[in-house]
Design a binder for this molecule. Structure first.
Ligand code: ADP
Length: 755
C-alpha cells in the first residue's frame, strides 16, 4: 500500500511546447468508486486552467453513444463542491451498445460533432479495454461514417486520431500500473470501521464473526483489512490455504479463546478459493467454525457499504493529482501515441502503457485460475507478500517458543514526544513480532521520563490485545524534556534491565534522544547499543520518511471537520479561516487544503506576506461578488508569527468591503486523537516489523547504530541518524527534504480560476 502523499515532479507543469488538442472529454465507467469525483474535478480544472474545453460525458460509454445532452461542456464551477461526495456526479453505467461496432461508430460521430480529440477514461480494466479498442478502430469508424454520409471526408481528416488516457477507478485495488486504485483507500476505511464495530459487539458476547469483503480476483481489501483490524484468519484468492485449513483455522481460533481473547474475526474476500480452486463461501466458514468449535458464529457481508460514504483524504488528493497528470499527458503527447495509464507507483505519479497493464492484470486472474498461486502472489508485489507474511505472525494466538540455544534478546520499546494515532498499533506489532522471534520485550511507561524513573516492565502477547485499533498511546506519550541528570538514571536502567536495543516510537524528541545517547557514549558506555526510531507524529515533520505514522489519521480528522465547516459556510455565504496543527511543517495544512478544495493555504515553509494577504482579500471579494458562496482559507499554526489566524480573519472582514463575512476556527487536539486510519495502522505495522528486524540484526552483529525506519519513494528504508543535524533544517523543526511541497502547484491549479 502506498502512502497518502504521492509526490509530484516539479517539472509537471501543464504548458506544452506544442498543443495537439483543444477539446477533451472525461467519463467514468464500470463500477463506481469513491474519489471519482475528485478525479473529475482534477481533469476539469486542470483542463480549463490549460485553456482546453472540457466536456463531461454522462453515464459512461452509454453517454458517448447517446450524445446530445449526455455530453456537456464543463465550467470551472461545474465541479465545485463535489469532492466530498462519494460515487461520480456524472454517473457510471455499463453500456451494451458500446460493445457493438455500431455503438462505437455512433460514439465516434458524437465525439466529432463536439470536436473532442482526447478522452480521459476513469474506470476498471473493462472500461480501459473498451477505450483502447475504440481508439484502434477510430480511423475505420470515421471511414464508415464518411461512407454513410454522416461525416464529410474533410471532417474525418481533421480528426485522424483519438488520444486516450486512463485512470483506474475500482475499490478492489486490482489493477497493474498503479499501487492504489481510486476508491480502494475509502473502501478500506469502510471495512475497518465496520470490523471495529463488529469486534466490539463480538467481544461483549464472545462471538466469532465472519466478515466478507469485496475482491473477486484480488485479496487486497481482505488482506489489508486483516492487518488493520487484527483479524484472526484471512482468506484471499491469491494464496489459498493449505489442505486441511479448516482444522488449522479452528485450532488457532480455539487457542485464541484459551488465551483470553473475547472475540474472533475471520475476513474473507468474496473470491477466496481453496487450493483446488473451489470457492470458499463465508457461509461455509461459518458452518465449519460453528460445528467444530460449538460457538455462536455470525456472517456479515459488507457489500455496497464498501462503495459508499465520503471519500477519504487519500481518495481526494490522489485522484486530484491523477486528474491533473492526465490532462498534462494529453497535452504533452502526440495524438497517435499509445494510450497511457496514469497511476501512482512508489509515491510518484506514474505513466505507463495502458494495455500492458490491463494484460498483466488479466494475467494474475489467469494464474489463479491455473492454480499457480505462488506466481500470482509474486505478481502482486513485494508489499503485498510482506503484508501477508506479517499478518500470519500477528494472527497467531501466542508466540512460537524460542528455538533451543537461541540467545533471547531484551528489547525495550517506548514513546517519545506527544501522542499520534497508530502508536499503539506499532507497539502491538513490535511486541508480538519480537516475542514470536523468541525475544523478551519490555516497555517503558510515560515516555522518556518514565524510562529514567525505571517504569519498565515486560510486555506479553495478550497485553497488547486490541491495541491495533486504539487511538492515543497506551504506554503514555508526553513532551516532558529530560534533565541532564536523567542520563545517568537511564544508563542505570539500561544496565539493570540488561537491554540489548531500544525501539522508540515517537516524534522529534525521540530522534533527539537517540542522538543524545550516541553523543554521551564516552561518558556512559551503557549507551553503546543500537537505537531505532519509528516516525510517529501527526505533523509529518521527521527526517528519513515521506510520511509519518499518524499524519493520515489527523488529515482525515481535519478533513471531516473542514467538510462540516464548508457546509455551514455554504448555507450562510461565509468565508472561514481555519487553523490546523503541524508545528513548523505545513503538510497537514496543504494536504487538507487539497482534500477540501481550499482557496488558499498558508504554510510555514512559505510564510505570509502583506502582498499575499492583499491579493487573497481581493480574490475572495471578487469571487463572492460573482456569486461564490463559500471561501476556505487553511492556515498552518505556525505559518507566520505575526499574521495570526485572528489577524487574518479580522483583516479579511475589514478589507472585504462588506462582501466577506469571515469566521475563524482553530482546530485543537482532536487532531492528535482518534482511532488510527487504515493506512496508519498498516504503515505502523509494516514499519514496526522492519524496525524490529533491523534492530535485531544490529544487536546480533554487535553494531550500535542509531537510525530510523521510514518510507522513501514508497519503499521502506533505514536512515542512519548519526548526522541528525544534516537531515533537518537549522531554523525550523522540519526535514530538509519535503517532497510534498511539489504539490503546491496542483493546489493552486485547483483553486485559481483563470480570468
Ligand atoms: P470495469 O470498467 O469496472 O471493468 P466493465 O467491464 O463492466 O467494468 O466495463 C464497463 C463498460 O466498458 C462496459 O459496459 C462497456 O460499455 C465497456 N467495455 C468493457 N469491455 C469492453 C470491450 N472489450 N469492448 C468494448 N467496450 C467494453
Amino acid at each position: 500500500m502506498s502512502s497518502p502523499i504521492p509526490t509530484f515532479p516539479e517539472a509537471m507543469h501543464l504548458e506544452p511546447a506544442q498543443r495537439y488538442i483543444s477539446r477533451i472529454g472525461v467519463l467514468t465507467s464500470g463500477g463506481d468508486s469513491q474519489g471519482m469525483n475528485a478525479a473529475l474535478r482534477g481533469v476539469v480544472r486542470a483542463g480549463i486552467g490549460a485553456g482546453l474545453q472540457v466536456f463531461a460525458i454522462y453515464e459512461g460509454y452509454q453517454g458517448i453513444v447517446q450524445g446530445g445532452a449526455y455530453i456537456e461542456r464543463m465550467a470551472w464551477h461545474s465541479v465545485s463542491g463535489i469532492m466530498q461526495q462519494g460515487g461520480t456526479f456524472i454517473g457510471s453505467a455499463r453500456s451494451s451498445d458500446f460493445y457493438t461496432r455500431a455503438g462505437r461508430r455512433q460514439a465516434a460521430l458524437n465525439l466529432i460533432r463536439h470536436g473532442i480529440e482526447g478522452l480521459v477514461i476513469i474506470g476498471g480494466d473493462g472500461s480501459l479495454t473498451g477505450a483502447n479498442l475504440f481508439r484502434q478502430e477510430w480511423r475505420d469508424l470515421l471511414h464508415e461514417l464518411v461512407q454513410e454520409s454522416q461525416l464529410t471526408q474533410a471532417q474525418a481528416d481533421a480528426h485522424p486520431h483519438l488520444a486516450i488516457v486512463g485512470m483506474v477507478g475500482s475499490i478492489d485495488n486490482d489493477m497493474f500500473g498503479t499501487d492504489m486504485t481510486i476508491g480502494a483507500d475509502t473502501a478500506l476505511h469502510r471495512i475497518v470501521e465496520a470490523v471495529d464495530a463488529i469486534a466490539s459487539t463480538a467481544t461483549s458476547h464472545q462471538r466469532t464473526f465472519v466478515v466478507e469483503v469485496m475482491g473477486r480476483h484480488c485479496g487486497y481489501l481482505a488482506l489489508m483489512a486483516g492487518l488493520a483490524t487484527g483479524a484472526n484468519w484471512v482468506l484471499i484468492p491469491e494464496n489459498p490455504p493449505e489442505q486441511d485449513w479448516e482444522e488449522n483455522m479452528c485450532r488457532v481460533m480455539h487457542a485464541g479463546r484459551q488465551t483470553g481473547r473475547r472475540h474472533s474475526i475471520v475476513i474473507i474476500a468474496e473470491g477466496a478459493i481453496d487450493r483446488s480452486g473451489k470457492l470458499i463461501t463465508s457461509d461455509y466458514v461459518r458452518k465449519v467454525l460453528a460445528e467444530r468449535l460449538r460457538e455462536d458464529v455470525r456472517v456479515t457481508i459488507l457489500g455496497h457499504v464498501q462503495r459508499g460514504g465520503a471519500p477519504s483524504a487519500f481518495d481526494r488528493v490522489m485522484p486530484t493529482l491523477l486528474g491533473y497528470a492526465a490532462v498534462r499527458q494529453l497535452l504533452h503527447s502526440k495524438p497517435a501515441d499509445e494510450p497511457q495509464l496514469i497511476g501512482m507507483r512508489n509515491n510518484q505519479i506514474s505513466i505507463s502503457p495502458l494495455m500492458e497493464n490491463v494484460h498483466k492484470t488479466h494475467r494474475v486472474a489467469t494464474l489463479i485460475q491455473e492454480q499457480r498461486y505462488a506466481e500470482a502472489m509474486e505478481m502482486r508485489g513485494r508489499g503485498f507478500v510482506e503484508a501477508y507474511r506479517i499478518l500470519h505472525t500477528l494472527m497467531r494466538a501466542q508466540p512460537r517458543p524460542p528455538q533451543a540455544g537461541q540467545r533471547q534478546l531484551r528489547i525495550l520499546t517506548l514513546h517519545a514526544d506527544g501522542p499520534a494515532p497508530g502508536m499503539n498499533t506499532a507497539v502491538r506489532a513490535a511486541v508480538r513480532l519480537g516475542l514470536d522471534k523468541g525475544h523478551t520485550m519490555l516497555a517503558a511507561r510515560d515516555g522518556l521520563s518514565g524510562f529514567a524513573r525505571g517504569q519498565i516492565s515486560e510486555i506479553r502477547w495478550m497485553d497488547v490485545h486490541g491495541w491495533v485499533a486504539r487511538g492515543g498511546a497506551e504506554l503514555g506519550a508526553n513532551r516532558r524534556a529530560l534533565q541532564p541528570q536523567d542520563y545517568a538514571a537511564i544508563a542505570e536502567q539500561i544496565r539493570a534491565q540488561r537491554l540489548d536495543g531500544i525501539l522508540i516510537i515517537g516524534g522529534w524528541m525521540g530522534y533527539q534522544f537517540a542522538h543524545a545517547l550516541r553523543e554521551r557514549r564516552a561518558q556512559f558506555p551503557e549507551f553503546n547499543l543500537p537505537v531505532i526510531c519509528l516516525p510517529a507524529s501527526i505533523n509529518n515533520d521527521l527526517p528519513g520518511t515521506e510520511v509519518t505514522i499518524g499524519a493520515d489519521t489527523a488529515l482525515n480528522t481535519i478533513q471531516t471537520d473542514l467538510d462540516k465547516l464548508k457546509e455551514a459556510a455554504l448555507a450562510a455565504r461565509r468565508c472561514f479561516v481555519a487553523e490546523v496543527m503541524g508545528y513548523d511543517c505545513g503538510y497537514l495544512a496543504l494536504m487538507a487544503g487539497l482534500a477540501t478544495g481550499a482557496e488558499r493555504v498558508y504554510i510555514p515553509e512559505e510564510g505570509i506576506t502583506l502582498d499575499d494577504l492583499r491579493h487573497d482579500v481581493d480574490m475572495l471579494v471578487k469571487g463572492f461578488r460573482r456569486g461564490k458562496r463559500v471561501g476556505l482559507i487553511v492556515r498552518s499554526e505556525r505559518a507566520d508569527p505575526y499574521y495570526t489566524t485572528d489577524f487574518i480573519a479580522t483583516l479579511f472582514e475589514r478589507e472585504g468591503g462588506g462582501e466577506l463575512l469571515v469566521r475563524r476556527m482553530i482546530f485543537g487536539n482532536t487532531q492528535q486523537g482518534g482511532r488510527p486510519s487504515p493506512f496508519d495502522r498498516i504503515q505502523a505495522t509494516r514499519l514496526a516489523a522492519q524496525a524490529l528486524d533491523h534492530l535485531i540484526e544490529q544487536i546480533q552483529k554487535h553494531e550500535t547504530d542509531i537510525g530510523c525506519i521510514g518510507r522513501w519513494e514508497g519503499k521502506i528504508q533505514y536512515t542512519n541518524l548519526a548526522d541528525l543535524g544534516a537531515l533537518m533544517q537549522t531554523t525550523a523543526q522540519r526535514p530538509r527534504i519535503q517532497p510534498w511541497l511539489n504539490l503546491r502547484r496542483v493546489t493552486q491549479a485547483m483553486a485559481k480560476e483563470p480570468m
